[in-house]
Design a protein around this ligand. Structure first.
Ligand code: ASP
Length: 322
């Protein structure tokens, strides 16, 4: 392992992408939450945390924040239940863990990390995933723990309109036109630590009014979550079906590793593929040299980042920066 060098630290977090109707305002609550979580993650990294610990820390805080679609405040399926997905990956050896369709594990990303470190496997789903969490002594909750009034209202609205939506989608005209089936949200984090190591983690409630059992890109390592120290750490948000078809994380890695593309060109290309497969969304990504990019093709993507200057920055709309 390299010796610690605090100038290597970079991080980016996201609270999902979507087509928020114009006029939603500056959203100070969302901005403050993103800034607080980025600051706390930066502080941990300065104390010497690894990228893996830092992405888990950021995503646990995002799961606990009801403003974003993961953990508490995760969107609800057609039956009014949360079905949560999460994944985590370390870039040095591609060690990874993922869970899908859980509703009783207090922190899906912690469960994903337990899968990675405390089981011989990499991917668990539903009751079996929850059973593993129980056997490993991870905290459990009733499914109602995750349900908020706002999400119940959102589900009612989606049922009334007969659509399946991404979180943060309020512009019906665009949602109907570009993704008849969808609306986004999801949370994620990517980090380069003081030792130069990369990691990524993502957690989501998926799509509002989704069919029970539906799984998106978030827990699919190599699609919505990916980290490899030789190339890039990535966390996606958007139409899971299209992100899976695009093999988003692997596509970016391959373009960087085999074609010599830089991170901006590789992520933009993968996002174009997502559009080609009928989806929308975005990603946060950091490469091995510390370059950050956060492209999206929806109207907004909630994000915060710390670049070489060490300042925490927050963005929602395109004009907000990087
Ligand atoms: N990508 C997530 C999924 O398809 C949803 C989102 O990012 O809004 O489950």
């Amino acid at each position: 392992m390299n010796t610690a060098d605090l100038t290597r630290i970079r991080l980016a977090i996201h609270g999902g992408a979507g087509d928020l109707a114009p006029g939603a305002g500056p959203q100070p609550e969302h901005r403050a939450a993103l800034a607080r979580i980025a600051e706390s993650t930066q502080a941990l990294l300065i104390q010497g945390a690894t990228a893996l610990d830092a992405v888990e820390h950021a995503v646990v805080l995002l799961e606990e924040c009801p403003l974003f679609n993961a953990g508490i405040g995760g969107v609800l399926n057609r039956d009014g239940l949360p079905e949560l997905d999460a994944a985590i990956q370390r870039g040095s050896d591609r060690a990874c863990g993922a869970v899908a369709g859980v509703m009783r594990s207090k922190s899906p990303v912690r469960l994903a990390r337990a899968v990675m470190e405390r089981s011989p496997h990499v991917f668990f789903s539903g009751p079996g995933a929850e059973q593993l969490g129980r056997e490993l002594g991870l905290p459990e909750v009733e499914p109602t723990y995750f349900v908020t009034h706002e999400r119940l209202m959102q589900l009612e609205e989606a049922r009334r309109k007969g659509v399946i939506t991404l979180d943060h989608d309020t512009d019906d005209s665009r949602a109907q036109k570009t993704a008849p089936d969808a609306a986004f949200g999801t949370v994620g984090a990517v980090v380069r630590d003081a030792f130069g190591g990369l990691a990524a983690a993502t957690s989501t409630g998926g799509l509002t009014n989704k069919h029970p059992g539906r799984i998106g890109d978030t827990p699919v390592v190599g699609a919505g979550t990916f980290a490899d120290d030789r190339s890039v750490a990535i966390s996606c948000t958007g139409t899971g079906e299209s992100l899976i078809k695009a093999c988003f994380g692997q596509e970016v890695h391959a373009r960087m590793a085999y074609s010599g593309w830089d991170i901006a060109k590789a992520t933009q290309h993968a996002l174009d593929e997502v559009l080609h497969y009928g989806g929308r969304g975005g990603c946060i990504a950091i490469d091995h040299s510390g370059r950050i990019t956060m492209p999206f093709n929806s109207y907004v993507m909630y994000r915060a980042w710390v670049d070489a200057d060490g300042a925490v920055q927050v963005g929602i709309e395109l004009a907000d920066g990087t």
